[in-house]
Unconditional design. Structure first.
Length: 132
């Protein structure tokens, strides 16, 4: 896994809602906004599955996901790519259901995003450059 530097974690943390992108086994893309998520550590972000339909099916067939975050004040954007583990029991699932319960939502699963790659998504000559 790749560690998110503190400046990138701060930008991701401020992004609400956070867009996540998945693809089915054939490569057909799907993008949704997520409002219930939490950075667990430098390498891991937890997403709560409340109402994922295509997203959940995509991740079951193809556990690859990408997110993008933008800080309008700093004019910086980053794309993170990684893999997902779907958990329906255990400590991270308990965190997810606690978050869902607080908002009276179903909390069907914890989607644990393991950061594998980080890219510069800011416009300019370094756009698309892999950072980690």
């Amino acid at each position: 896994m790749v560690k998110m530097p503190s400046d990138i974690k701060e930008i991701v943390a401020k992004q609400v809602p956070l867009p996540i992108a998945t693809a089915d086994k054939s490569g057909k893309p799907n993008v949704v906004f997520v409002t219930m998520w939490k950075i667990l550590d430098d390498e891991t972000i937890l997403f709560v599955d409340n109402f994922f339909n295509k997203t959940r099916k995509n991740l079951e067939a193809n556990p690859q996901m990408a997110i993008v975050a933008y800080d309008s004040e700093a004019k910086k954007s980053y794309q993170l790519k990684g893999t997902i583990e779907i958990e329906t029991s255990g400590a991270r699932f308990d965190i997810a259901t606690g978050m869902a319960d607080a908002k009276k939502l179903p909390g069907k699963a914890a989607l644990v995003f393991n950061v594998k790659e980080i890219y510069n998504a800011t416009y300019g000559p370094d756009a698309g450059k892999r950072l980690a």
